[in-house]
Ligand binder design. Structure first.
Ligand code: F6P
Length: 752
C-alpha cells in the first residue's frame, strides 16, 4: 500500500516539479524580458512622437524667451498618464526647464548616465523610469535636448499579469502531464501484464494460434523465457533421472516431498486382482495385462486406492460394504475399490467403444474400427461413473490421480471439473495414430477434449506424442507449444510427454528358480527332449500381437533349415482375451488352424513345432518359461511398448537367451541389442529366428548384458517417478501463474 502511494505521488509530483523548475528558471524570466522589451519599444516610439510634437512649440517659446509658456506646455504634456516628467537642457548641458516631477538626480543625463541605461531604463529610489533624450534642432542647428521620463510601473503591472497567466497556463499543463503520465503508466502496466499472462498461460479466448508466435510485443521475450525454462527443466530432469536409482522407496519420498502428499488414486478398467468363485471357494488371479504388470508395483510403493471394474465372479464376495478390498492378498499395502458395471454397460463401454472402436483405431493392424452411438453413450456414462468414484475416494481436494488407458479418455476432464486442483496424470498405453486415422472417430473432439483435462498426458514414444499434438492441432482450437510440448486449452495446461513404460526389476534377494532346473522341468512338462531348442511367445490372444506372422516365420524357417525339424518348437502362451467379440473369436480360430496345419506339415509322433496353449498362466509360471527358453519372440504388428520383451530380459540373470523383437513395438526403440524384425516380412523373421537359435553364447551374453543394464535402470519406478516429477513441476508452475495473475490483478487495482 505504501509503495503504491509512493509510486502514485511520484508519478504526480515529478511532472509538477519539472514544470515548476522550467517556469522559475526559464519561462518567467523570458516572459519578463519579453514584456519589458515590448513596452520599452512602445515607450521609445511614444517618446519619439512626443518629442517631435514638442519640437515646434518649445523652439517657439525659447525664441520668445517665455519660460512660463514652456513650463505650462510641459505640465500639460505630463498630464499623459504614462509620461512622468520632461526637462530641457541647453547646448551646454544646463538644465533650463523641467516639470516638478523631474528627478533631481537625472539632471541633464550627463556624467556617465548613458552607461547605466539599459534599454532606457533607470532605477531611481522612487522606482524604475524610462528615459529618452531627443535633440532639439532649429535650422539644422543643435539647440539643446528634450528629456522625457516615462513611468514604468505599468510595465511591472503588465508583467505581473502576464506572469500570472503563464503560471496558470503551465499549472494546467503540469496537471495534464501528470495525469497523462499516470494513465500511460497504468495502461502500459496493464498491457505488459496482460501480454505476459496471455503468453505464459495461454488463453481460451485467444485460441487457434497453433503454436505460431503472437503479434504481441511480449511474445519473443516470453518465448525465449519459456524455452529457457523448458531447457532448464529438461536439464534438471536429466539430472534428477541420473542421480536417482529409481526404487519403490525413492518413489515414496518423491510423492511426499514433491507432491506434498501421498494420496494416489489409480483408475483403470482392468483390476489388479480378480476374485473367482470356484468349487473350493474364492480364488485370486492376476490378469494378463501389461498395464497391471506396470502399475501394480507402483501402487505397492505408493499405497492409495486403485479404482477398477470388478469383473470377477467372486469380486462382490471379497469387498467390504464400500466395495473396497485390501490387496495384495498376501501383504496388503493399498486399497482396491471396485466399480460394478451392468452387462449392457460392459458391452457398450468395454467391448464396444473401447475394444471395437478405439483399439483397432489406434493400432494399425488392418482391422476396421466399429463405432456405434449406443456404445458411445455407455462409454460416456461409465467414464462419469468412474470419475464420481474418484471424487468419492479422494480424501483431499488435490489428489494425484493416475488415469490408465483408452477406456477413460473422458475421465480426466470430468475429474478436473469436480476437483480443479487435482494433479491428473493420464497414460495412454496403446499407440496414438496420425490425425487422418484418428479423424475416423465420430467423437474425436470429445475424446481429445477429455484427455486435455489431464495435467500430464503420457505416451510410450515421442512419435505417439507428435501424433497426438498434430491431432489436437487438426481438430481443436487449442494453443500448442511444440518446443515445450504443452497444450493450452480452456485456460489449462497439459504437458504431453513420452514416458516409456517398464517393469519392476526383480530384487537381488528375491529367490529365482534355478535356470537349469527350469530348462529341464519345462521340457519334461512339454514332453520334449532335454536339449530341444525352445522358442517362446507370451501374449494375450489378440490380432495386434502378430501371432499368425510368428507361426508363419516358424514354418518358413523349418522350410529353409530342415535340420531344425524335430529339434525346435515354439511354445505360444495365449491368454484368452475379449473372447465375446467376433474379431477375437475369428482370430483364435485362425491361430488354432494355422498351428494345426504347421504341426501337420512338420510334426511327427509326439513332436510338434508349434505348442499352442490358449490359457491363462500366472506370473510365476511365465517366469519359469522365460528362464527355460532359448529365444523369446515378440512380433506385434503394432504395440505401445510390449512388456513381455522387458520381462524376458529381467528373467535372464544367466545372461543367456535371445530376444527377437518387432520394429513396431515401443520396446524396439530402447532394446537395440534385440534382433529387430519387420513381422510382415516372414523371411526376415525366419532368418532372425534361425540366427537367434544358432547365436554363439558369447554374443548372447553381450547383447543380454547390455539390455539388462538398460531395463534395470529404466524400470517402472522411473516411469512413474518421471511423470510425478513433471506433474510436481507443472503444479508448481500453475501455482506461480496463479500468483502472477492475482498479483497483476491487485497491482492494477492499486494503480487505478
Ligand atoms: O495395451 C493396453 C492394455 O490395456 C494393456 O495394458 C493390456 O495388456 C491390455 O490392454 C489389457 O487388455 P484387457 O484389459 O482388455 O484384457
Amino acid at each position: 500500500m505504501q509503495s503504491g502511494a509512493l509510486r502514485l505521488s511520484f508519478r504526480f509530483i515529478l511532472p509538477v516539479a519539472l514544470v515548476w523548475a522550467l517556469l522559475a528558471y526559464a519561462v518567467v524570466p523570458s516572459v519578463d524580458n519579453l514584456t519589458l522589451r515590448w513596452f520599452v519599444r512602445d515607450l521609445d516610439a511614444r517618446s519619439q512622437m512626443l518629442a517631435s510634437a514638442l519640437q515646434e512649440p518649445v523652439q517657439e517659446y525659447l525664441g520668445q524667451k517665455s519660460p512660463k509658456r514652456i513650463a505650462d506646455l510641459f505640465d500639460r504634456t505630463v498630464q499623459d498618464q504614462r509620461l512622468f516628467a520632461i526637462a530641457f537642457c541647453d547646448v551646454n548641458g544646463k538644465l533650463l526647464y523641467k516639470t516638478r516631477t523631474y528627478p533631481e538626480s537625472l539632471d541633464c543625463m550627463e556624467s556617465g548616465w548613458q552607461q547605466t541605461l539599459r534599454q532606457g531604463m533607470v532605477s531611481l529610489p522612487q522606482g524604475s523610469v524610462h528615459v529618452t533624450e531627443s535633440p532639439l534642432q532649429a535650422g539644422g542647428k543643435y539647440e539643446g535636448k528634450l528629456i522625457l521620463v516615462h513611468d514604468t510601473s505599468f510595465i511591472e503591472r503588465r508583467s505581473a499579469d502576464a506572469r500570472k497567466y503563464v503560471i496558470a497556463l503551465f499549472a494546467v499543463l503540469a496537471l495534464i502531464m501528470s495525469l497523462l503520465t499516470i494513465l500511460i503508466a497504468h495502461f502500459s502496466l496493464r498491457g505488459v501484464l496482460d501480454a505476459l499472462k496471455d503468453v505464459l498461460v495461454g488463453d481460451a479466448k485467444h485460441p487457434a494460434r497453433h503454436g505460431k508466435p503472437d503479434s504481441g510485443s511480449m511474445q519473443p521475450l516470453a518465448g525465449d523465457l519459456r524455452a529457457l525454462l523448458y531447457e532448464y527443466s529438461v536439464d534438471k530432469r536429466a539430472g534428477d533421472d541420473s542421480s536417482r536409482q529409481w526404487t519403490p522407496e525413492k518413489l515414496r519420498v518423491l510423492l511426499r516431498e514433491e507432491l506434498a502428499g501421498d494420496e494416489v488414486l489409480v483408475v483403470s478398467n482392468r483390476e489388479p486382482y480378480i476374485h473367482a468363485q470356484t468349487a473350493t471357494g474364492l480364488q485370486v488371479n492376476r490378469p494378463a495385462s501389461g498395464l497391471v504388470t506396470a502399475v501394480e508395483p507402483v501402487m505397492r510403493a505408493c499405497s492409495g486406492t486403485w479404482i477398477a471394474h470388478g469383473s470377477g465372479s467372486g469380486d462382490r464376495a471379497a469387498v467390504d460394504r464400500n466395495d473396497r478390498v485390501k490387496v495384495p492378498p498376501a501383504r496388503p499395502s493399498y486399497t482396491l475399490r471396485r466399480v460394478w458395471l451392468t452387462k449392457e454397460e460392459e458391452q457398450g463401454f468395454y467391448y464396444g467403444f473401447a475394444n471395437e472402436g478405439l483399439w483397432p483405431l489406434c493400432h494399425i493392424a488392418h482391422v476396421r474400427p466399429v463405432f456405434r452411438s449406443t456404445d458411445w453413450e455407455k462409454y460416456v456414462e461409465v467414464n462419469q461413473r468412474f470419475a464420481d468414484a474418484v471424487v468419492q475416494e479422494a480424501r483431499t481436494d488435490d489428489p494425484v490421480v493416475l488415469v490408465q488407458d483408452y477406456h477413460f479418455a473422458l475421465l480426466p476432464r470430468m475429474v478436473r471439473e469436480a476437483l480443479p486442483k487435482a494433479t491428473i496424470i493420464t497414460f495412454w498405453h496403446i499407440p496414438w495414430p496420425n490425425p487422418e486415422s484418428f479423424g475416423i472417430c465420430p467423437w474425436r473432439e470429445e475424446i481429445i477434449e477429455g484427455l486435455l483435462g489431464s495435467t500430464i498426458l503420457g505416451f510410450h514414444t515421442s512419435y505417439h506424442c507428435k501424433n497426438f499434438l498434430e491431432t489436437v492441432d487438426r481438430y481443436l482450437e487449442a494453443r500448442i507449444e511444440h518446443d515445450t510440448s504443452t497444450i493450452s486449452y480452456g485456460g489449462k495446461l497439459t504437458q504431453v510427454e513420452s514416458y516409456p513404460i517398464s517393469i519392476a526389476w526383480p530384487d537381488a534377494d528375491q529367490a529365482q528358480p534355478d535356470i537349469v532346473t527350469c530348462r529341464q522341468q519345462v521340457r519334461q512338462e512339454l514332453a520334449l527332449p532335454e536339449n530341444h531348442l525352445l522358442g517362446l511367445g507370451v501374449d494375450r490372444l489378440d490380432y495386434t500381437k502378430g501371432i499368425i506372422e510368428r507361426f508363419q516365420a516358424v514354418e518358413r524357417m523349418l522350410e529353409q533349415y530342415p535340420n531344425l525339424v524335430g529339434k525346435f518348437s515354439l511354445l505360444q502362451i495365449a491368454a484368452p482375451s475379449r473372447s465375446s467379440l467376433d474379431e477375437y473369436q475369428n482370430f483364435e480360430a485362425r491361430v488354432r488352424n494355422l498351428a494345426q496345419r504347421i504341426n501337420k506339415r512338420f510334426g511327427s509322433g509326439v513332436y510338434a513345432p508349434i505348442l499352442l496353449r490358449v490359457e491363462h498362466h500366472n506370473a510365476e509360471q511365465v517366469n519359469r518359461l522365460y528362464r527355460a527358453a532359448d529365444v523369446c519372440v515378440v512380433t506385434s504388428l503394432h504395440d505401445g511398448m510390449n512388456l513381455v520383451a522387458k520381462e524376458f530380459i529381467a528373467a535372464r540373470d544367466d545372461e543367456r537367451g535371445v530376444l527377437v523383437l518387432s520394429q513396431f513395438t515401443g520396446a524396439a526403440r530402447e532394446l537395440h541389442e534385440a534382433l529387430i524384425v519387420n513381422p510382415y516380412h516372414i523371411e526376415q523373421s525366419a532368418d532372425a529366428l534361425y540366427r537367434a537359435l544358432t547365436m554363439p553364447e558369447i554374443e548372447q551374453r553381450e547383447r543380454m548384458r547390455s539390455m539388462r543394464s538398460l531395463v534395470k535402470d529404466f524400470n517402472v519406478y522411473r516411469w512413474a517417478g518421471r511423470m510425478l516429477l513433471d506433474a510436481a513441476r507443472l503444479r508448481q508452475r500453475e501455482r506461480i501463474m496463479t500468483k502472477i495473475r492475482s498479483h497483476s490483478r491487485s497491482s492494477l487495482r492499486r494503480v487505478v
